[in-house]
Design a binder for this molecule. Structure first.
Ligand code: FES
Length: 138
């Protein structure tokens, strides 16, 4: 499941800071980062080595913050049109650049496109403390 491509995105382990809330605007550019497969709870289709880095992103939507693996529920491709550009033009939905699957930003649920019925993005747990966002519980 690893992209195999070198990434310049920051690598964040569980308990480490992802970004500050000031780095994100509602419906704006996503903050991209990488996580370690071994830090994730197993999910359907997970077959990566525990040492693999997986791409992820953080977004703000209507003053709420969400983190997901950057992995489309249709095919395990990153969603971005350009790095960090995942929201549609109306800044209401996340859209995969490959075959245009549309996702609700607050649930990760696929609501349109070629995903299997009931498919979702894989959500990552976050904790917000002192205006900073951390991966997992503190
Ligand atoms: S890979 Fe995302 S819609 Fe097909």
């Amino acid at each position: 499941m690893s992209t195999g491509l070198p990434s310049s995105d920051p690598f964040v382990r569980k308990g480490q800071m992802i970004c500050s809330i000031s780095d994100l605007q509602s419906g704006g550019r996503a903050f991209r980062f990488d996580v370690l497969c071994g830090d994730l709870v197993a999910f359907p289709g997970m077959n990566a080595d525990p040492d693999d880095h997986l791409p992820a992103f953080m977004i703000q939507f209507e003053n709420q913050y969400f983190a997901y693996l950057n992995r489309c529920a249709h095919v395990a491709m990153q969603l971005d049109w350009n790095p960090g550009q995942i929201f549609d033009q109306e800044q209401k939905y996340l859209v995969c650049a490959t075959h245009y699957a549309v996702y609700e930003p607050q649930t990760g649920r696929c609501i349109q496109g070629p995903c299997p019925k009931g498919a979702k993005l894989i959500s990552l747990p976050i904790t917000i403390k002192d205006n900073d966002i951390y991966f997992g519980a503190l």
